[in-house]
Design a protein around this ligand. Structure first.
Ligand code: SD4
Length: 376
C-alpha cells in the first residue's frame, strides 16, 4: 500500500482512502485541551460525519457554518474547496504564517492538490477525457488584477505553476494545449506522462457504456462529475499584508470531449480576485460558471455590499433562474472571501464542503457545510 502524507507540523493523521489502493494521510497539529474547549464553544451546531452522505476523511468534523465569533485573521487566512481543502490549506498555511504572499500560499496549496494521489479530478491522478487523454486546467490571480492560466495542458504535473509563469513571464493571460505545454517545457517544467493505471482502468470501464451527457452531466452519484463528486480545488488566501489571491486547478469533468475546457482556467468563471473587494472560486459543472461569469459575479455582488455567503447564494440563484430544469441535475458550488477575511459559500446541491485555516487556535481539520438550493 502506498502512503502519501503532507508535510507540516503534524502529529495526528487522518486516512482518506481512494479507489486506487492508495491511502492518503491528512496530518494535523493535535488540538490542546484548552483549544478544544474553545472550539467546542465556537462550533455551534456541529453535526457528525454519520449524519451526512458525504465521504469525508475519517476523524474530520463537519459543521454547518463558520462561527461568527471566529476572530478576524491577523496573520492571514486560507480557504479551500472540498474535503481535501484541509490538506491544501495545511500546505498553504505555513507560507502565510511566515508572512509570505497570498499568491505563494495559493500556489503552494494548489500544488499539493495536483500531486495528491487520492484526487481523481485534480492533477496527477485526474481521470481522462473520452479519448483517454488527461488534460489539465488551472488559473491563478492576485488581488492587483494580475492573472495567468493554462487550459487542456498535458503531461505537466503542476499546471498552477505554469499558470503563474504565464502571468509573470508573458504578456498573455491564457495559454492552451500544445502551446501551453511548449511554454511549460521552455520554462523548465518537466514533461512526463501522468495518467495513472487506476485512471486508465476507470476510463476503460466507462467505455463499456460510454454514457455521457455533456450538457447537463448526469453521471450518477459517486462517479466523477456527479452531483456529489466534484473535486476541483479552488483556494483563496488573504495574507498578513491584506493582499488577496486565488488559484483553481482541475482535470475537469471526467470523460469530457477532447478539447473541452471548463471554468477553472477562465478568469471570471472559475476564479476571480479583486483586492479591493474579495475573491471567489467555483467547483461543479463549469459550463454553468462560464455562462454566468460566475466568480466575477460573486465578487461584484460583494462589491455591492453582499456578505460572501449572500453573494454566493445569489449567484447560485442566477444559475437556477437561467436553467431551472438543468439546475436540478447538476452541481455548482461557490466559495468566497472578502477583503476582511469573511468567508462564505453556497451550492446548488447539498454536499459542498470547504475548509478554513488561519491563526485561530484549535483544530483545522474541520469542514464547513455550505448551504444549498436543493435539499436532496
Ligand atoms: C470543470 N469545474 O472543469 C470543473 C469541474 C469540477 O470537480 O469542478 N469538478 O467544469
Amino acid at each position: 500500500m502506498n502512503i502519501q502524507s503532507i508535510r507540516g507540523s503534524a502529529a495526528a493523521s487522518v486516512a482518506r482512502s481512494s479507489s486506487q489502493g492508495v491511502t492518503c494521510l491528512f496530518t494535523f497539529s493535535p488540538p490542546q485541551p484548552e483549544q478544544m474547549m474553545s472550539s467546542r464553544r465556537d462550533f455551534l451546531r456541529t453535526s457528525l460525519l454519520a449524519t451526512t452522505t458525504l465521504t469525508l476523511p475519517r476523524g474530520t468534523t463537519l459543521i454547518d457554518a463558520l462561527p461568527s465569533t471566529r476572530r478576524p485573521p491577523t496573520r492571514g487566512r486560507v480557504v479551500s474547496t472540498w474535503d481535501f481543502g484541509v490538506g491544501a490549506n495545511a500546505a498553504a498555511w505555513p507560507v502565510l504564517a511566515r508572512g509570505d504572499s497570498a499568491l505563494d500560499a495559493v500556489e503552494t496549496g494548489a500544488r499539493w492538490a495536483e500531486a495528491d494521489l487520492c484526487n481523481t479530478t485534480v492533477g496527477h491522478c485526474g481521470y481522462p477525457d473520452r479519448d483517454g487523454v488527461l488534460t489539465l486546467d488551472a488559473s491563478i490571480m492576485n488581488g492587483d488584477g494580475r492573472c495567468g492560466a493554462v487550459a487542456a495542458i498535458e503531461d505537466i504535473l503542476h499546471p498552477v505553476s505554469v499558470a503563474r509563469a504565464v502571468m509573470e513571464k508573458t504578456p498573455h493571460v491564457l495559454l492552451v494545449a500544445g502551446g501551453a505545454q511548449e511554454f511549460a517545457v521552455s520554462q523548465g517544467f518537466p514533461k512526463r506522462p501522468l495518467l495513472t493505471d487506476a485512471a486508465r482502468a476507470a476510463w476503460k470501464k466507462w467505455l463499456e457504456t460510454a454514457d455521457y451527457k455533456p450538457q447537463i452531466n448526469v453521471e450518477r452519484n459517486g462517479t466523477p462529475g456527479s452531483a456529489r463528486n466534484h473535486d476541483t480545488l479552488g483556494i483563496l488566501a488573504l495574507d498578513a499584508h491584506g493582499t488577496l489571491a486565488g488559484a483553481c486547478t482541475t482535470s475537469g469533468m471526467a470523460w469530457k470531449l477532447h478539447g473541452r475546457v471548463g471554468d477553472s482556467p477562465i478568469v471570471g468563471a472559475g476564479l476571480y480576485v479583486d483586492g479591493e473587494v474579495g475573491a471567489a472560486t467555483a467547483s461543479g459543472v463549469g459550463e454553468e460558471m462560464i455562462r454566468n461569469a460566475a466568480s466575477f459575479l460573486v465578487v461584484e455582488l460583494m462589491r455591492q455590499g453582499r456578505s460572501p455567503t449572500d453573494a454566493c447564494r445569489e449567484a447560485i440563484e442566477r444559475v437556477v433562474h437561467k436553467r431551472p430544469a438543468a439546475s436540478k441535475t447538476l452541481q455548482v458550488c461557490f466559495l468566497a472571501m472578502n477583503r476582511d477575511g469573511e468567508v462564505g459559500a453556497f451550492a446548488l446541491q447539498p454536499g459542498f464542503v470547504y475548509a478554513v485555516h488561519d491563526d485561530t487556535p484549535g483544530p483545522h481539520d474541520t469542514l464547513i457545510k455550505a448551504g444549498s438550493i436543493y435539499t436532496s
